[in-house]
Design a protein around this ligand. Structure first.
Ligand SMILES: Nc1ncnc2c1ncn2[C@@H]1O[C@H](COP(=O)(O)OP(=O)(O)O)[C@@H](O)[C@H]1O
Ligand SMILES: Cc1cn([C@H]2C[C@H](O)[C@@H](COP(=O)(O)OP(=O)(O)O)O2)c(=O)[nH]c1=O
Length: 214
């Protein structure tokens, strides 16, 4: 399913602690204050399936790679069906903290799961739905580590090499779809990042409006 000119689907991606939550929440609040209809989601999470599997995915013991891939896909399928598609139909702006690119970066590049297989699984889980804009915070593991890490989940305890592969994976994904991705430097101030993100979103929204009129 293509995002058929209804709504606007925005995702935030990058390794842990790069600032996704901070910026996605700031954008959400700002758009609300501008009177926009906005929905905020997190992947994995939000739905009952997503919340239950999130716990297993982040803190479960002896989780196999196969289980990990399928559970992330299941969470996303539920999120798409239960939340994202209905919100898009209502013409809302959807902001999602992580989405399919996380699977390609972490399970594909990070864990070496076959990318073609992941693509097919993702198409099935998301009905082919893709974000219109993806903000990617390009951060190294060491830079991210300087930010508070209180409790560590399964991914956060992975090796430096793993996180390097994830970072490279994200950059590969961005190079394949330069129109969708907007790469940001997480070390810019929160205010500056917010300004850049808001400008990009408002531009995209205007483009969308023009397309709809045609
Ligand atoms: N631009 C920034 N500069 C400095 N610190 C930041 C910036 N953005 C976020 N932070 C801090 O970094 C930490 C992780 O941010 P968060 O938004 O939770 O990242 P993520 O959602 O990617 O894990 C938080 O303590 C947050 O306050
Ligand atoms: C959505 C998704 C997340 N993940 C990982 C990335 C994170 O380490 C973890 C989700 O944790 P989360 O707390 O949502 O992200 P963050 O720590 O960046 O705020 O799951 C995958 O490995 N594959 C996926 O498809």
């Amino acid at each position: 399913m293509q995002n058929n000119k209804k709504g606007l689907f925005i995702t935030f991606e990058g390794i842990e602690k790069c600032g996704k939550t901070t910026q996605s929440r700031l954008l959400y609040e700002k758009l609300l204050s501008l009177g926009e209809e906005v929905a905020y989601f997190k992947d994995p999470g939000v739905t009952k399936v997503g919340e239950n599997f999130r716990d297993i995915l982040l803190y479960g013991k002896n989780i196999s790679v196969e289980t990990e891939v399928l559970l992330f896909a299941a969470c996303r399928a539920q999120l798409v069906n239960e939340c994202i598609i209905p919100a898009l139909k209502e013409d809302k702006i959807i902001i999602c903290d992580r989405f399919s690119d996380s699977t390609f970066a972490y399970q594909g590049y990070g864990r070496n799961v076959n990318l073609s297989f992941l693509e097919n699984l993702d198409k099935y889980a998301t009905k082919g739905l893709k974000p219109d804009v993806t903000f990617l915070f390009d951060f190294s593991f060491f830079e991210a580590k300087e930010r508070v890490l209180d409790s560590k989940d399964r991914m956060e305890t992975e090796s430096v090499d793993f996180h390097n592969r994830v970072r490279i994976g994200y950059l590969m994904l961005a190079s394949m779809e330069p129109d969708r991705f907007c790469i940001l430097h997480p070390k810019l101030s929160k205010e500056k990042l917010h300004e850049i993100i808001l400008k990009k979103v408002l531009e995209r929204k205007t483009e969308r409006r023009c397309l709809k009129k045609d």
